[in-house]
Write a protein that binds this ligand. Structure first.
Ligand SMILES: N[C@@H](CC(=O)c1ccccc1NC=O)C(=O)O
Length: 296
């Protein structure tokens, strides 16, 4: 491998940048252990409905937690990461308990992974899931809907935002108040040079077509309905320089080119993994944002 390719490989390997452990393997092992335990705890303790099918394939399922809360409770929706090829809904239920204690329901969205399906298909799955969630929020008369995604999940949530048709023609979409994009990738073109692309098989055309940074967001500013949407782009001070740049560049595009209410939050002392492990803690930055900053 050339020097340049090795650099890309390193920049796009989040576990190599955590200062908390001596090897990348330890970072990942610790992450999977923490999120698995917190997810099991959520299933044991919080009233739920699991494995709700939002589409025909085996990955298209979601879980609703906090089913005993008032119908009009706010809803937090979470999309996990793993470069569209690893992790699962079953071990991504860790944000549930803190939100439940704050009277907020949580919906965990699952999806099929590459190479079983293509990235284009995953994007469509997440948009189907968003349609399901918007209509559920409408049926429940929910006071507010908040979407968050981590890493590849932040990319997928961005692909909900760039879909004008979905946002304008789905009942309940006007209940979307906030979007949190955590340590995401918004420009996929450099991934082609890395091993991340092996199961994805992106080429120049598909990588550009699936890059949220190249999309149009005019509809968000133009529509009265979406005034309320705030987009928080969140990245760790211990994410790689390229991940930090991806967040900064996307934030600039959203707010300068399209006038979206976008905020850039660089989290001191957090890396690619504890930035979401923190969501399992009773008080955390997202719960704070949702409970205090988004009044009806
Ligand atoms: N092989 C990767 C794993 C990884 O990127 C990852 C792991 C868990 C959650 C998100 C991840 N990255 C992007 O979605 C790494 O080097 O850390």
């Amino acid at each position: 491998m050339s020097e340049e390719v090795l650099d890309f490989e390193r920049e796009y390997s989040p576990s190599r940048w955590s200062p908390r452990f001596s090897t990348p393997e330890q970072v990942l092992q610790n992450h999977v252990k923490l999120v698995t335990e917190a997810s099991l705890d959520a299933v044991i303790k919080i009233p739920h409905e699991l494995d709700i099918e939002y589409g025909p394939t085996s990955g298209q399922k979601l879980d609703i937690f906090g089913t005993d809360l008032p119908n009009d409770a706010r809803i937090f929706v979470y999309v996990h990461g793993g470069y569209w090829q690893e992790l699962s809904r079953e071990i991504s239920r860790y944000p549930v308990k803190p939100f439940y204690r704050g009277g907020i329901k949580t919906i965990i969205i699952g999806y099929d992974l590459c190479p079983t399906v293509t990235l284009g298909e995953i994007i469509k799955e997440i948009q189907n899931a968003a349609k399901y969630v918007f209509e559920y929020a409408e049926k429940m008369n929910s006071r507010g809907l908040y979407f968050a995604g981590h890493s590849a999940g932040a990319h997928l949530v961005s692909k909900i935002l760039d879909n004008a048709e979905l946002l304008q023609n789905t009942s309940g979409s006007n209940r979307l108040h906030g979007v949190f994009l955590i340590s995401g990738v918004y420009d996929l073109r450099d991934l082609i040079k890395t091993t991340v692309n092996a199961p994805l098989k992106l080429n120049e055309t598909t990588a550009a077509a699936f890059s949220p940074i190249l999309s149009n967001y005019q509809h968000i500013r133009d529509s009265d309905v979406f005034d309320k949407i705030r987009v928080h782009i969140i990245v760790g001070k211990h994410d790689s320089p390229t991940f930090q740049k991806q967040s900064r560049d996307f934030w600039k595009v959203l707010q300068s080119n399209f006038g979206v209410n976008a905020y850039l939050d660089i989290m001191e002392n957090l890396d690619h993994f504890d930035i979401v492990e923190a969501l399992g803690e009773l008080e955390n930055y997202l719960k704070f944002f949702i409970s205090n900053c988004f009044c009806d």
